[in-house]
Design a protein around this ligand. Structure first.
Ligand code: 3DD
Length: 417
């Protein structure tokens, strides 16, 4: 079977959205052109496990343009845009992804991309790499290298490497500054609000908006919610993160207090059981609860079901739980990442740099994979600076540069007051 998507008839719609993304991803398009002739990925077979969105489609087309053969699955059962999947299938990409997959179907799709016997892997959350290592060790040993897109995935891979379980080198794309300091902050900030608004259309201004976790994603979401006039409350377990939130002007309190005052709750921690039974039982009637972390473990829906008498879908990606105490709580995107399961994910402009890092990292794996140490590698600092400069150029923004004299001064440790 060369592909499995929800409806191949959606391809035309998907193609238009992909064109839209291409027009707003100038860095990736520049790199596509730069490597068109040399085709550095020629002979490479790339298995990808990453949200199927219009931006991902541009990355897939870039990999193919650089000579790779590609097989693809989504990295979340609810984040696939079916029209994009149809467009990729029409472009003869072996893609196995549709919105609303079961967990079994999700792993069935990953297995299809492994059947493709990849030489490189591209992952978002490490489910592909983990499946390869758990179930196909023989194939994993033939992989030259891989890349990992997200914070949670990099954590998992660093733990695997520490346990000596990693079988090939992986590049932590998430840890590139031109990824985490843009995608995680500005991307998640905007796309999470987008997901909440598409699923509820509530007014954010004046609402008590509780953000669990003040990491890059939580910080970006808190900033955007404040910009929409919400009264933002932060919950945290990290003293320094909590202190930053206080000094950034946000109220900080434990979830046990925030649950009583919040109108809207969003988790962005990467940790499980952030909102649990005792919180649901003390929430206001009509509270809205969602998550923007990679996995759906942050909002404990088993706990919510245990204190509810009924559940019904009241609008797309929005389920109303009626509690035994008579209150109603609205859960968005079934507790999965609301920005992708409830909307279209981050805007193209910010995915432009995330995916430029993916592309350059896969080229590095193809070229040096066999020589790279089997561990989690960081992106070179020069790549970050080059991509940021490229991005500025595409925005028509010029910056200063140090003179020879200043460069000398910078490195002259004897220069004092
Ligand atoms: N992610 C968010 N928006 C996305 C989009 N438009 N296309 C593909 C993936 C997208 C997830 C990324 O933010 C990934 O970097 C992450 O999960 O950290």
């Amino acid at each position: 079977m060369e592909f499995k998507v929800k409806d191949p008839g959606l391809a035309e719609e998907g193609k238009l959205k992909i064109e839209w993304a291409e027009s707003r991803m100038p860095v990736l398009m520049l790199l596509q052109e730069r490597y068109l002739k040399d085709k550095p990925l020629k002979g490479q077979r790339i298995a990808g496990c990453l949200h199927v969105t219009k931006e991902t489609a541009v990355l897939v087309k870039t990999l193919v343009t650089a000579g790779a053969e590609v097989s693809w699955s989504g990295c979340n059962p609810l984040s696939t845009q079916d029209d994009i999947a149809a467009a990729l299938a029409e472009d003869n990409i072996p893609i196995f992804a549709w919105h609303g997959m079961s967990v079994d179907e999700f792993y069935w799709a990953i297995d299809r991309t492994i059947d493709f016997t990849p030489t490189l892997t591209l992952d978002d959350g490490a489910d592909l790499i983990n499946t390869l290592h758990q179930k196909h060790k023989d194939l994993a040993k033939k992989v030259l290298g891989g890349t990992e897109e997200t914070t949670t995935g990099v954590h998992r891979l660093r733990a695997m490497a520490k346990a000596g379980a990693l079988l090939y080198p992986v590049i932590a794309v998430n840890d590139a500054e031109t990824k985490w300091d843009f995608d995680n902050v500005y991307g998640t900030g905007q796309s999470s609000i987008d997901g909440i608004i598409r699923s509820t259309n509530v007014l954010l201004a004046g609402k008590s908006f509780v953000v669990a976790g003040y990491g890059h994603c939580g910080k970006g979401t808190a900033l955007r919610a404040r910009g929409m006039g919400a009264h933002v409350i932060i919950t945290e377990v990290g003293p320094t993160q909590a202190l930053k939130a206080v000094l950034d002007g946000f109220r900080v309190m434990p979830m046990d207090e925030a649950c009583k005052v919040g109108d809207i709750f969003i988790t962005a921690t990467g940790m499980k059981d952030i909102i649990v039974k005792r919180h649901f039982e003390r929430m206001k009637d009509g509270a809205i609860v969602c998550n923007t972390g990679h996995y759906d473990c942050e909002v404990n829906l088993q706990d919510l079901s245990a204190v509810s008498t009924k559940v019904r879908e009241v609008r797309m990606s929005n389920e109303e739980y009626t509690l035994k105490n008579g209150n109603r709580i609205y859960v968005l995107a079934k507790g999965r990442l609301v920005n992708l399961a409830g909307a279209e994910g981050h805007p193209s402009e910010v995915m432009d740099m995330s995916f430029a890092n993916q592309f350059l990292s896969l080229i590095r794996c193809a070229k040096d994979g066999s020589k790279l140490e089997v561990k989690v590698h960081d992106i070179p600092e020069e790549q970050d600076q080059e991509l940021a400069l490229l991005k500025l150029n595409t925005m028509g923004i010029k910056i200063d540069s140090l003179t020879k004299d200043q460069l000398q001064y910078r490195d002259d440790y004897q220069a004092g007051t």
